[in-house]
Design a binder for this molecule. Structure first.
Ligand SMILES: [Zn+2]
Length: 83
């Protein structure tokens, strides 16, 4: 059997097939491409995790900024009442 394209045949048919099988010729290229593809999938997963982390951090910072804004507004208000 040809492992590149699943061709089935006798030993001599297989030998003849392997000389012309385009998949067999591209075996290394396909293997490398698969490896690269898996690397990209991993990198994409990592980016998703980073984005989730940054989104959570952004949410926390927004809450902090909002509360700081209120504090500053309160200080302005008190400063005006004293004047
Ligand atoms: Zn083949």
């Amino acid at each position: 059997m040809c492992y590149s394209c699943q061709f089935h045949g006798t030993a001599s048919e297989l030998a003849a097939h392997l000389e012309h099988c385009q998949y067999e010729a591209m075996k290394n290229y396909i293997h490398q491409t698969e490896g690269r593809f898996n690397e990209l999938v991993q990198a994409l997963k990592q980016k998703d995790q980073e984005i989730n982390f940054l989104q959570a951090m952004l949410g926390q910072l927004s809450i902090k900024v909002e509360s700081l804004e209120k504090t500053v507004e309160g200080m302005h208000f008190r400063a005006q009442s004293c004047a």
